[in-house]
Design a protein around this ligand. Structure first.
Ligand code: PEP
Ligand code: MN
Length: 338
């Protein structure tokens, strides 16, 4: 259920509606808009007689949200969500780049990559300190030591940090070290982890589960938002299919329906989507053309010697070339690359 307040509703009237919703043992989610405030309601809304709210001063109308995901739906918030983070913005009109190595390997390579990104106008560095690996014998990441390196890079260069949270135990440490918390594909339906980042004060980059439908993905976003963290960024990273010419099947066809059903920004990760560095530039450009609000690209100073995902990782020269091509494509699309 959505309560739409009148354009000139006072703060007192809004507060009165919030209290009335809480009195019904439901949760209000105030959403200030350009012209008026809307208040989303979650909980067992079906049990409530909407007329009790309809008659309150300052209320314009009550709208029933038909989709199972509420806060993530466009019915609840018609305008695109824009998320301000680390001296940049993710949302309409921009193609936000998030780039960096798959894993934090040592301080020197992270610093070098952070400096290179800042020189090239990329404001968000992504590198994993905790790595979800298929094999327990593969490099598992540097853990807390890796987070310290990321914090150092942020302090030294001013770059924003995106890094993965794999379990609730490390939530505080990852939140402190990051500007955006990544939830990986394997954890998209780890509901305790989703509830945990719902309480975080940093935006969440929610990768699509490799076998998740769009509705399941938006329900995962809803878990985070229901906890009070409304800054969720979706990230398509490829799904499992019968195709074996690429690591995953990058489902760019999910972008238009995701945009239709949800106001949340959506990024694309063509690195994990293809698994091969030669294919990354074409799919990055295609993502932008299909309406993505940004890209997550794996970049390493020496990809052939990367500790993880080297085969799908661009070197600095290839990344710079891609950045130039993206800028040329962004212009006629009315977007700026940031
Ligand atoms: C990653 O971003 O390095 C990663 C492990 O991604 P995903 O969860 O999409 O596999
Ligand atoms: Mn990776």
């Amino acid at each position: 259920m959505l309560v739409v307040m009148q354009t000139h509703a006072t703060q007192g009237q809004i507060d009165h509606v919030l209290d009335a919703i809480r009195d019904m043992k439901l949760t209000p989610h105030p959403m200030p808009g350009a012209t008026r405030t809307a208040i989303g309601i979650t909980g067992n809304v079906g049990a409530v007689d909407p007329r009790t709210l309809e008659v309150l001063p300052g209320v314009m109308e009550l709208i029933r949200v038909t989709k199972p995901y509420k806060l993530a739906s466009r019915e609840m918030r018609p305008a695109d969500t824009s998320i301000k983070v680390a001296n940049t913005v993710i949302g309409p009109g921009t193609c936000t780049m998030i780039a960096g190595p798959c894993s934090v390997e040592n301080e020197a390579m992270i610093l070098r990559t952070a400096e290179f990104m800042m020189e090239n106008g990329v404001r968000l560095l992504r590198a994993g300190a905790f790595k979800p690996r298929t094999s327990p014998y593969s490099f598992q990441g540097m853990g807390l030591e890796g987070l310290k390196i990321l914090e150092k890079a942020r302090a030294k260069t001013g770059i924003g940090i995106v890094t993965e949270l794999m379990d609730t135990d490390n939530a505080d440490a990852v939140e402190a070290a990051s500007d955006i918390i990544q939830i990986g594909t394997r954890n998209m339906q780890n509901f305790s982890l989703l509830k945990c980042v719902g309480k975080a004060r940093k935006p969440v980059l929610l990768k699509r589960g490799m076998s998740a439908t769009l509705e399941e993905w938006l329900m995962a976003a809803e878990y985070v938002m229901a906890g009070g963290n409304y800054n969720v960024i979706l990230c398509e990273r490829g799904i499992r299919s019968f195709s074996d010419h690429s690591r995953n099947t990058l489902d760019l066809s999910v972008i238009p329906p995701a945009k239709k059903l949800s106001h949340l920004p959506i990024l694309v990760d063509p690195s994990h989507g293809t698994g091969k560095r030669d294919y990354v530039p074409a799919m990055a450009l295609a993502s932008l053309a299909a309406g993505a609000d940004g890209l997550l690209i794996e970049v390493h100073p020496d990809p052939d010697h990367a500790a993880s995902d080297g085969a799908q990782t661009l070197d600095f020269t290839a990344f710079k070339k891609l950045l130039d091509a993206l800028k040329r494509l962004a212009e006629p699309l009315g977007k700026t690359v940031n």
